[in-house]
Design a protein around this ligand. Structure first.
Ligand code: CMP
Length: 173
């Protein structure tokens, strides 16, 4: 793990969270998964609008393997922590309110080149700019209610996976 990631973890999160990250790192090192995972959340709009099944089918059909998955709901503290990088952005409060407004599906996905391939699959953040056939083009409502999240880097995928899952939640098949 990089020095900067270690200090990021210790500054931003408690020991329990850091322990979970280290557990995931250890598991992934042994499985040679580094660089192969991304964290996704099917957002409250897509869950409420009945798109879980279709979105998971798109994800499977694009060659991603689901390594961990759950239906859950973020608390305000959870959403503020998950999106802390956006804390100073004007849309932060709306983002937290929206992401806590209903259940989400969180999942860790595995594939070679996972980050880039998944971001291609989901399309641009603003669904009006999302390419034809992408998940956001098909299922998103607006830039806030944009159906799905995908990690933006390998380092953030590790942090976001550890936010939602413990080592025992991952399955090999
Ligand atoms: P996501 O990339 O999953 O995580 C941050 C979210 O902030 C993003 O999706 C959007 O849903 C939301 N958001 C709202 N307004 C903006 C904006 N102007 N730029 C980027 N993200 C925005």
């Amino acid at each position: 793990m990089s020095k900067s990631l270690k200090s990021h973890i210790s500054i931003k999160h408690n020991n329990f969270f850091a322990t979970k990250i280290l557990t995931i790192f250890a598991a992934q090192k042994s499985e040679k998964m580094a660089g192969k995972i991304t964290l996704t959340m099917i957002k409250p709009d897509a869950v409420k609008n009945g798109h879980i099944g279709n979105i998971l089918a798109d994800i499977n059909n694009a060659g991603f393997k689901i390594k961990a998955m759950k239906l859950t709901q973020l608390s305000t503290a959870d959403a503020e922590s998950f999106y802390s990088v956006h804390r100073e952005r004007p849309f932060f409060r709306d983002l937290v309110d929206f992401m806590t407004s209903g259940p989400i599906v969180a999942a860790v996905l595995e594939k070679d080149n996972a980050i880039e391939d998944f971001r291609k699959l989901i399309g641009a953040t603003n669904p009006q700019e999302a390419a034809e056939g992408t998940i956001r083009n098909k299922y998103a409502v607006s830039i806030d209610a944009n159906a799905i999240h995908g990690s933006d880097s390998d380092e953030n995928a590790q942090i976001e996976a550890a936010f939602h899952f413990a080592g025992r939640d991952f399955y090999n098949y």
